[in-house]
Design a protein. Structure first.
Ligand code: FES
Length: 65
């Protein structure tokens, strides 16, 4: 499933960036050499992928502040 049409990112791409330490949609896209463009995907990516995955990754010190 595509997470971001503007950048052609799939869920798996975003999940990999999150697994590598991205703590925000902007960070995840930057790690994938992309950026938010229209922004329509941001809320969906955050709710569906980022929040659940970050919450499940206890080993993300960059996300703990
Ligand atoms: S759909 Fe992701 S920036 Fe437009």
């Amino acid at each position: 499933m595509y997470a971001c049409i503007c950048n052609g990112l799939k869920d798996t791409d975003v999940c990999e960036a999150i697994a590598e330490g991205a703590c925000s949609v902007e960070q995840a896209y930057a790690m994938l050499d992309c950026r938010l463009m229209c922004g329509k995907c941001a809320c969906d990516v955050e709710a569906r992928l980022l929040t659940p995955l970050v919450a499940s990754h206890i080993r993300q010190p960059a996300c703990q502040a």
